[in-house]
Unconditional design. Structure first.
Length: 104
């Protein structure tokens, strides 16, 4: 499972990375965990609010630290389903509009 944490390296980004790392270790799931801090790469992903989490090429979270339960769900499910995806456009979940369940 390829997981990327997208963000400039702020405290929430570091916390999200550490949470993903810890949950993967606790669940015995092998992941490739990468930090993406380059603003051009972040913008290219469609993430408008950081930290963002991308699993196997699918944006599953944007804005704020995800809950441990949400991370456990992602890692238990393997590849994320379309229902777990976060809209990347402005005004969508975490993109300047009202937060919804997809924000974790």
């Amino acid at each position: 499972m390829d997981i990327k944490v997208l963000g400039p390296g702020c405290a929430n980004c570091r916390t999200t990375y550490a949470l993903l790392e810890q949950v993967a270790r606790d669940k015995g799931v092998t992941v490739s965990l990468t930090k993406v801090e380059d603003i051009k790469d972040i913008m290219g992903s469609g993430i408008l609010s950081t930290p963002g989490v991308v699993i196997d090429g699918t944006v599953v979270h944007s804005g704020g630290v995800p809950s441990r339960a949400k991370v456990e769900q992602w890692l238990s499910a393997g590849a994320p389903s379309k229902a777990a995806m976060v809209p990347a456009q402005a005004g969508g979940c975490c993109g300047g509009g009202a937060k919804t369940k997809c924000c974790g």
